[in-house]
Ligand binder design. Structure first.
Ligand code: EPZ
Length: 429
C-alpha cells in the first residue's frame, strides 16, 4: 500500500489552484440518472471517489466519459436508459455517497435495490432521514438482508418533508428524488451547505424547478422530464481550507486560486484569531505567517456557515504547536477524533473526552510513522508532518486519494518536501 513521506521544516511559498468540490461532484454525477440526455460537468476533480461512483453509474446504464477540454477537466455522463436498478453492497460500502443513487433511480424508473451503506470510522452514520424523505415522497420502502428495496411504480409525488435535524446527504437525496415528482415538495430544516446550492443550479440547468437551496427551506416543483445540461462544479471549500491551514502551519505565503473564500469564512476568522494573515483576492485568498508562534483558539463544528466538521482534524493539527490550550468540540459526528492518537504519536499533547478535545500546544513535533483513518484525518497528519522534526510517514493513504487531487504535487510546488512511496518502491514527485 502506498505511503506519503513528509520531511518537516520547509516553509510554503507559492500558488495552489483549488479543484472542484468532491462532495458536490459526486451528487451532481448522481443527477445524471435523472435524464436520458447527456450531463456535462466541468471543473471536475479526478479522485478515487469520482472514479468509484463512475464505476457504479456505469453498471446502472450511464456512460461516463472523462476528458480534458477547453474548460479543463470534464466528465460527460449519459444514461439513455437505466439498465439496472441494483447497487450492490461491495460498491456502496466503499463509498457511502453511492447510496444517493437510490432516489434518482426510483424517481426515473420506479424501482431500485440499493445496499445500506453501514457505519464508518467517523460514526454510525444511519440513513433513516434519507428513507423517511423517500417514503414521504410516496416510495414504498422495504429493508431485507442489508438492502433497501424502493418502489414507486406510478412515480413519486410532492410532499412536505421536515427533517428533525440538519443532514446534508438527506437534503440532497430528497432534492434529487423530488425534481421528477408529481406536485410540489417543500423541505423544512434543510441543510444550507454550498454544495446544495450547486446541486440546485445544476438541476435547474437540467430543467428542474428548485428554489431556496442555501436556506433552511427548499421548494421543488416537480417536472415531467429533465434534459441535458452543462455545469461547472463549485470549488472545493474543504480543500481550500486544508491548504489555508497547511500554510498557517508551515509558515510562508500561499495564494489559493480558483476558489471562493466566502465559503470558508468561519475558518479564515479563526486563522486570523490565531495570528495568521488572511487577504481575500478576486478568486481566493492569500495566507501568510511569519516566524511567530500561533495562539491557541477554540472551535466548535457546526452545520454551514459554522466551522466545518471536515476541517476539524486539520485545525487540530494546527493547534498542536500553538501557544496555549485549544478546545475543539465536534458536534456533527460522534467519533471524529481518530486523528488525535496519531497526532500524539508525533508528540502532540491532546486529551479527548466525549465530543471535546483539549490540545495543549507543544514547541516542536517529532516525525514518526502514523496511520490515516479517514480522509480528513489523513490530511491532518500530512499538515502536522510539515513542521515535525525529521520524517513523518503516513500509511493507508488511499483515504487521501479519495478526496485530495494531486496533493503531493500541489504542496510540493510550494516547497513542501512531500513524496509518495509506492508499495513496490519509492517514487519521487
Ligand atoms: C456530508 O456527509 C459529507 N459527505 C461529509 O464529508 C460531511 O462531513 C458532512 O456532510 C457534514 O458536513 C459528502 O457530502 C459525501 P450528514 P453526510 O447527513 O451527508 C446524522 C468528507 O470527509 N444522520 O449531514 O453523510 C449523521 O450520522 C465527508 O468529505 C442521521 O442520523 O452528513 C451525522 O451525525 C465525511 N441520519 C449527522 O446526521 C441520516 O439519515 C450529519 O450528517 C443522515 C444523517
Amino acid at each position: 500500500m502506498d505511503r506519503i513521506a513528509i520531511t518537516g521544516g520547509a516553509r510554503l511559498n507559492g500558488t495552489i489552484p483549488v479543484s472542484g468540490a468532491k462532495n458536490s461532484a459526486i451528487k451532481l454525477m448522481a443527477a445524471s440518472l435523472l435524464t436520458d440526455e447527456p450531463l456535462r460537468l466541468t471543473n471536475m476533480p479526478r479522485l478515487a471517489d469520482t472514479r468509484f461512483l463512475g464505476k457504479l453509474l456505469s453498471r446502472l446504464g450511464v456512460s461516463v466519459t472523462e476528458s480534458d477540454g477547453v474548460d479543463g477537466q470534464e466528465t460527460v455522463l449519459h444514461a439513455p436508459e437505466i439498465t439496472s436498478g441494483f447497487a450492490p453492497y461491495d460498491l456502496v460500502r466503499q463509498m457511502r455517497a453511492s447510496f444517493n443513487v437510490l432516489g434518482p433511480l426510483v424517481a426515473r424508473s420506479g424501482q431500485a435495490k440499493v445496499s445500506l451503506p453501514g457505519g464508518c470510522t467517523i460514526g454510525a452514520r444511519p440513513v433513516d432521514l434519507h428513507l423517511q424523505a423517500l417514503e414521504a415522497l410516496g416510495a414504498k420502502i422495504d429493508l431485507h438482508e442489508g438492502y433497501v428495496y424502493a418502489q414507486a411504480p406510478r412515480g413519486l409525488r410532492g410532499a412536505e418533508i421536515t427533517f428533525p435535524f440538519v443532514s446534508v446527504g438527506a437534503t440532497e437525496h430528497a432534492m434529487l428524488a423530488a425534481v421528477l415528482a408529481d406536485g410540489t415538495t417543500v423541505i423544512h430544516n434543510a441543510a444550507c451547505e454550498p454544495e446544495l446550492v450547486d446541486l440546485q443550479e445544476c438541476l435547474n440547468a437540467m430543467g428542474a424547478k428548485v428554489q431556496g437551496a442555501g436556506t433552511p427551506t427548499v421548494t421543488i416543483t416537480g417536472v415531467a422530464r429533465l434534459k441535458g445540461a452543462s455545469h461547472a462544479v463549485i470549488p472545493d471549500r474543504i480543500e481550500m481550507g486544508t491548504y489555508a491551514v497547511a500554510a498557517a502551519m508551515a509558515g510562508g505565503e500561499v495564494r489559493l486560486t480558483n476558489a471562493r473564500p466566502g465559503l470558508i469564512d468561519s475558518l479564515l476568522v479563526k486563522l486570523e484569531e490565531a495570528g495568521a494573515g488572511v487577504e481575500h483576492t478576486a478568486d481566493g485568498c492569500i495566507i501568510r505567517r511569519n516566524g511567530d508562534r500561533l495562539n491557541a483558539v477554540d472551535i466548535e463544528t457546526q452545520p454551514f456557515p459554522g466551522f466545518a466538521t471536515d476541517l476539524q482534524a486539520q485545525f487540530m493539527a494546527l493547534m498542536t504547536t500553538a501557544n496555549g490550550e485549544s478546545r475543539i468540540r465536534e458536534t456533527i459526528f460522534e467519533n471524529r477524533f481518530m486523528h488525535a492518537p496519531e497526532l500524539m504519536r508525533l508528540g502532540a499533547d491532546i486529551s479527548v473526552s466525549g465530543g471535546e478535545a483539549r490540545v495543549r500546544g507543544v514547541a516542536q513535533l517529532e516525525g514518526a510513522e502514523v496511520m490515516a483513518t479517514d480522509l480528513r484525518a489523513s490530511v491532518s497528519l500530512v499538515i502536522a508532518g510539515l513542521v515535525a522534526r525529521g520524517e513523518t510517514t503516513v500509511s493507508r493513504i488511499y483515504h487521501l486519494d479519495r478526496g485530495f487531487e494531486r496533493l503531493e504535487e500541489k504542496l510540493g510546488a510550494c516547497g513542501a518536501q512531500v513524496r509518495r512511496i509506492a508499495s513496490d518502491g519509492e517514487q519521487e514527485l
